[in-house]
Design a protein around this ligand. Structure first.
Ligand SMILES: [Fe+2]
Length: 330
């Protein structure tokens, strides 16, 4: 029991009589709120996630090895997950966000499926990768962002070597832990295993879905927009100007010198798109370089810096936080 000697907070001394009372409550699927109140209603968020950096140098050998150990077909999704030491039971990289690195060899493809979780991928390397989203076939290049929003049928693959395909690697980002903590997750396999593509993609007139009708954001265009703004580029739903998906947002940041220190509710997962630099997250300092992935847990102070110029890609659960009126920042 976490006692606090503050008016309005639980501060009950243990006695033999009370301890016996607590034990008898447990047997009846009951409990005394004052024994846990200070823990379950903290003064401010107490994320279990810890600031973590996954250096690409360390992750890469495991990713390459997975490509020869298991088939893409059997694994369904051949992914090395990035698991936060404080959020193992949720398979989360931070808070309510999941991330992993997927690898595919030329000529491989996955079966089509859909899920309630929203997903995005940020391509790390390779040629000839494609994703089909609700019949629209998208060819992906390095640092392209691709969305497979909640409920869309999708499958991925890499074209044969003869067609120019090479081993492809990308980062997946999903809100699986959010869906599971809300007990709202669903998963379905497409009846045709591989969905038919629609030439030119399906019609997007009269769009009423809660996510962006644009599923692919090409690197050259996003980078150009970032350079024009000079600080940040938010990937947006072009119809609404709002976030790309109802629960997750994504952005690029141009880091020069030292950005201001800040904190907010909601978690962020970064991938270094270009350059090198550092971040102070909580009381830890991390040095990063291209393709490194790191996380900022909710309500944790952070600051980025770069000796020259660096670009950070990131995705977050801020749209979910805002939708529930839970967003706060300092
Ligand atoms: Fe998926």
């Amino acid at each position: 029991m976490k006692r606090e000697n503050v008016v309005g907070r639980a501060n009950v001394e243990d006695t033999p009589e009370l301890e016996a009372y607590y034990r008898s409550l447990e047997g009846e699927a009951l409990g005394a709120l004052w024994t846990v109140a200070n823990e379950i209603e903290p003064w401010y968020p107490q994320p279990k996630s810890v600031p973590t950096l996954w250096a690409w140098k360390k992750v890469e050998p495991y990713v390459r090895k997975a490509a020869s150990l298991v088939s893409a077909e059997k694994a369904a999704r051949r992914v090395v997950m990035l698991v936060n030491p404080g959020r193992k039971e949720w398979s989360a990289a931070a808070g309510l966000l999941y991330t992993g690195v997927q690898v595919m060899n030329p000529g491989e493809s996955t079966s089509a499926h859909r899920h309630q979780a929203s997903a995005l991928r940020f391509v790390m390397e390779g040629r000839g990768a494609y994703t089909v989203v609700d019949g629209e076939r998208l060819t992906l290049g390095p640092r392209d962002l691709v969305l497979t929003p909640n409920g869309t049928w999708h499958d991925h693959g890499v074209v044969d070597e003869e067609a120019g395909g090479t081993q492809c690697v990308w980062q997946d980002g999903l809100d699986i832990p959010l869906m599971n903590s809300l007990d709202a997750n669903f998963y379905e396999v497409h009846p045709q295993v591989v969905q038919k593509t629609i030439p030119g993609g399906p019609s997007k007139d009269h769009w009423s879905k809660p996510y962006s009708p644009v599923f692919q954001y090409r690197w050259d265009e996003s980078y150009k927009a970032l350079k024009k703004d000079g600080a940040a580029y938010e990937y947006r739903n072009p119809l609404t100007g709002g976030p790309i998906m109802p629960t997750m947002g994504a952005r690029l940041e141009l880091i020069k010198n030292e950005a201001p220190m800040r904190r907010h509710t909601g978690s962020v997962i970064y991938q270094v798109a270009a350059g090198r630099g550092w971040s102070v997250i909580g009381d830890q300092r991390f040095e990063w370089e291209e393709k490194d992935i790191f996380c900022v847990p909710s309500w944790t102070r952070y600051q980025h810096g770069a000796p020259g110029e660096a670009v950070l890609f990131s995705f977050n659960d801020l749209p979910a936080m805002r939708a529930l009126s839970l967003y706060r920042e300092e």
